[in-house]
Design a protein around this ligand. Structure first.
Ligand SMILES: Cc1cc2nc3c(=O)[nH]c(=O)nc-3n(C[C@H](O)[C@H](O)[C@H](O)COP(=O)(O)O)c2cc1C
Length: 317
């Protein structure tokens, strides 16, 4: 199936169910429309003479991937989309040489997911009950995942339309981030960085990577798209920590722009759900592989042999 068809089929399948509203955004839904508008603001400088042979494999924080395109943190509503949904996502991402990132709730079968051989990261929310948060941190590490993520942006829980979701959360302090760092022996990522100040504090706390993200429009209304803050974050993070990005990435051209802005990896939220709903494990694999092929075409026509070579000045606003 082509990407457009996969997205259309997957979205209409999800919209026909009672989980469809989870695709929407917080309150006015400004964040969702702004994500697309900001990504579309940038065009790509073509440099096709002496075009290069592009490769998309990359290595980051001890993990080797076929592509810089990964899954963004999600658990709900995957088990309700198809039978054994989480295992199907794991299978699809493994075949694509990508990485699976679980969210809330922490899957009961996290260890079984790891045992499929797919690279796995798992997120923890800043539960008000900090003992519960640390228990979750221990549970995730015991499952043998590659990376652990902390949702620094869920301090007020999550929200879709006017409906408050996780509400048992409160903001983490720098001191607490440092305590978490001491407790985590695998690569640690702080997700939801959207300012220079939070990037600086994340680095001070010892983050191995920061995830520049507006949580796919599920936290606060009127958050910027990552591209609106990358130019203040990249100079702070360069040489100190890896940068990951997500929010509205739907095509290989979008991913190319994310890498040009300085990210090492680009995450997909809703496209993974669409792929799964449209065609199970194969659909998830197809989404990642088709976007990777699109990105590779652009790389070869812009003179970049490797994802890490893509530079900011290839974009024209
Ligand atoms: C249904 C759904 C569930 C999500 N659950 C989580 C979660 O548990 N933890 C988290 O950090 N982010 C969660 N997110 C946000 C995604 O990880 C990601 O940041 C966002 O979806 C990226 O934007 P995109 O969907 O436009 O690609 C969720 C997003 C959706 C759509």
């Amino acid at each position: 199936m082509e990407l457009t068809e996969l997205y259309q089929k997957g979205e209409s399948e999800l919209r026909s169910r009672d989980i469809g509203w989870l695709l929407d955004g917080v309150e006015t839904e400004f964040v969702l429309s702004n994500n697309r508008r900001v990504i579309d603001r940038y065009t790509i400088r073509q440099r096709c003479i002496d075009g290069v042979e592009a490769k998309t494999d990359c290595s980051i924080l001890g993990v080797k991937l076929n592509t810089p395109i990964i899954m963004s943190s999600m658990t709900m509503p995957i088990p309700g989309i198809v039978d054994n949904g989480l295992m199907a996502v794991a299978e699809g991402l493994k075949r694509a040489g990508s990485l699976m990132w679980t969210g809330t709730p922490i899957p009961q079968d996290l260890k079984a997911i790891v045992e499929t051989g797919v690279h796995v990261a798992a997120n923890v929310k800043p539960f008000k009950d900090r003992r519960m948060m640390f228990n979750a941190i221990h549970e995730i590490q015991a499952a043998g995942v590659n990376w652990l993520g902390i949702e620094i942006d869920s301090g007020q829980g999550t929200k879709v339309h006017d409906r408050q979701m996780a509400s048992d959360c409160s903001p983490l302090s720098l001191k607490e981030l440092k305590e978490i760092r001491k407790d985590v022996s695998i690569p640690l990522i702080f997700k939801g960085v959207l300012s220079r100040e939070d990037a600086e504090k994340s680095i001070e706390a010892g983050a191995d990577a920061i995830f520049v993200s507006n949580h796919g429009a599920h936290t606060l209304d009127y958050l910027p798209h990552p591209f609106q803050v990358m130019d203040e974050i990249v100079p702070v993070a360069e040489g100190e920590t890896e940068i990951l990005v997500d929010g509205g990435f739907r095509r290989g051209s979008d991913v190319f722009k994310g890498l040009a802005f300085g990210a090492s990896l680009v995450g997909l939220g809703r496209p993974i759900l669409y792929g799964l709903a449209a065609n199970g494990a194969e659909g998830v694999q197809e989404v990642v592989e088709r976007m990777t092929v699109e990105m590779k075409r652009i790389m070869s026509m812009t003179g970049f042999a490797s994802p890490s070579d893509i530079g900011r000045d290839i974009l024209i606003e």
